[in-house]
Design a protein around this ligand. Sequence first.
Ligand code: HEM
Length: 172
Amino acid sequence: MQAVRRGRFGPTSSLKRDADIAHVEDINSPSEEGIAKSSDASKKYPFVPESLSDNDLPFIAKDLVLGRSKQYKSKNQAISDTEQTQDNEYWIVIDSIVYDCSDFAAEHPGGEDVIMSFVGEDCSWQFWRLHGKSVMEQYGRALRVGRTEGIRNRFPESVRYVGLSKLGDDGW
Ligand code: HEM
């Protein structure tokens, strides 16, 4: 059975479920081989079944998440944009969940650069300031690759309340 996603911005992806699960297992091994496999250009989301709860996602060690950041940043300084997108995976972290934005970044309505600027990092409050739960459910969920812990946000969260209104949530 094939899992098909038809998003407003995303590609229409189709993957065999078995292939998804194999990818998840690769992530648990922080080896170069694992990185190379999951960087396969043929990879499409959803990476894990969307029915899988956040708690049941595979655990990805902090060092591996941080490794992605270093990989991106060192390549960013050394080689062209075209080469970067061929070789790297773009993982960001929101509420301890790791999202692979490698394919999605170029289609992101808010632009590719904002996602790139958080590769290998936590951007939870920034995400929730700009998107509601429906965006996460509709577009983010398919990009999940695992859960992690200990990834820090570079920026202190700025004031979130204006009067009694909570900014950035659905229904405001
Ligand atoms: C899982 C990762 C993300 C997903 C799935 C996602 C998805 C989306 C979607 C669907 C929109 C269009 C919303 C609409 O039209 O109502 C959007 C807009 C936007 N996103 Fe993201 N986004 C992600 C991460 C981020 C991050 C990390 C940032 C910056 C910190 C960001 C900044 C923005 C901005 C600035 C806009 C434009 C908002 C506007 O035009 O009002 N996004 N995003």
